[in-house]
Design a protein around this ligand. Structure first.
Ligand code: F3S
Length: 394
């Protein structure tokens, strides 16, 4: 309670309000990749175990964000057995405390779908933008401590986008480009996030996105910028008109996202110096069941090129559904893998050159693991995986 009160005071909150929906982080630190000592790992894990000794507040739906390891067998040094063992212990305690151990960055794909106006306390910047902008729920950006505290107490300090007046648009963006792939929506988000900073972009002339398109837009907005929410006029529940998105004060100035800006946004993130690849990473944020089905259809009867890791990140619940539909088997028969609980960037798996359809994955792989990256639409990514070389966008 002290953490929440002090945080609220710093942020100018005047009161605590009830919150019945949280998405928390419970990961043990990266042992191998970040050079943490076994003692640090134990000490940090003890803190998480302590948190999991307290039950989640009654009526609170509490899901869990991704880890830095996978609980599956994975033969890479970054899946350190000591870290996995501790992570399993924490996972078991978390379940007993009342958390739903979804281990995903896209909780809205696996049953945590708050309603319009619902006060939440979510970690994961991309999911925060999705909750506010696509679902019309309300959450500020949370970290470990605040989200755990909110889960135990069922309250959060009221500030930022929890208040109507702070949900007013600040940047008008006209979309003139034709968006044909979900990754094009990522490009729009990446372009706009840089301009919006901590503000709230309002997109006009944009159709209602699919779940996958919205996922890419929201993730990219929170990657190049610190965006907490956006409005898509006609799609965001509280922004059925431009006037509503700007709460009556529509600015005349606007930024236009053109076809040229679309092409340039892809190019700006690419830094590959050659065509050979060692990895193709899809599912950032975690893949939907529809995305897994599309990948399986494309891979059926084919084979990923030797030496290329084709990994699709997904929540375990989504993979279970894919197992039942026979999709996992098709993807694995082609040499691909559905990676659960985490993603290669979270694990800090080093890579020389990768292709991804997620602007967020490409951005962080480039920055955190020093990989050369190519960001492209899913079809181009899969063609590259099958050929073992970048084949171009067409
Ligand atoms: Fe999720 Fe990893 Fe992307 S945690 S949002 S797949 S960087």
């Amino acid at each position: 309670m002290r953490w929440l009160v002090e945080w609220g005071e710093v942020m100018g909150a005047r009161r605590l309000v009830h919150c019945h929906n949280t998405h928390v982080l419970l990961p043990t630190p990266n042992l191998v990749a970040r050079g943490a000592s076994p003692r640090t790992l134990e000490a940090f894990a003890d803190g998480l175990k302590e948190a999991c000794r307290h039950p989640v507040a009654e009526h609170c739906l509490a899901t869990v964000h991704t880890l830095f390891v996978t609980l599956d067998e994975l033969d890479v040094p970054e899946n350190n057995p000591d870290q996995v063992r501790l992570q399993r212990e924490i996972a078991e305690m978390a379940v007993r405390a009342g958390y739903l151990t979804t281990f995903t960055c896209a909780p809205y794909l696996v049953g945590n779908v708050p309603l319009m106006g619902e006060i939440c306390a979510w970690t994961e910047s991309s999911a925060v933008v999705y909750a506010n902008s696509i679902l019309g729920a309300r959450t500020t950006r949370h970290g470990n401590e605040s989200a755990i505290a909110a889960s135990l107490l069922g309250v959060v300090p009221e500030f930022g986008v929890l208040l109507d007046e702070n949900r007013r648009g600040t940047l008008r963006v006209e979309v003139a480009a034709e968006l044909r792939h979900p990754s094009d929506w990522g490009a729009l988000g990446y372009f706009t996030g840089r301009l919006a900073g901590l503000g709230i972009p309002v997109f006009e002339n944009l159709r209602r996105p699919s779940q996958e398109e919205a996922k890419q837009l929201c993730a990219a907005l929170a990657t190049s910028g610190g965006v907490t929410m956006c409005h898509i006029v006609g799609a965001t529940p509280e922004a059925l008109s431009l006037e509503a998105a700007f709460q009556g004060r529509v600015p005349r100035e606007r930024v236009v996202f053109t076809d040229q800006a679309l092409r340039e946004t892809y190019e700006a993130l690419r830094n590959a110096t050659g065509d050979e690849l060692d990895a193709v990473i899809l599912g950032c944020p975690h893949a939907s069941l529809r995305e897994l089905a599309q990948v399986a259809r494309r891979l059926e009867g084919r084979r990923v090129a030797p030496g290329v890791r084709l990994w699709i990140n997904a929540a375990r619940a989504t993979r279970c559904a894919a197992d039942a539909m026979g999709l996992t088997q098709i993807i694995e028969a082609a040499g691909g893998r559905i990676l659960c609980d985490t993603c290669p960037t979270n694990m800090r798996i080093p890579c020389r050159r990768l292709v991804s359809d997620g602007f967020k994955q490409a951005h962080y792989a480039r920055g955190m693991t020093g990989a050369e990256v190519i960001v492209a639409n899913t079809e181009a990514c899969l063609r590259a995986a099958l050929a073992g070389r970048w084949q171009g966008d067409a």
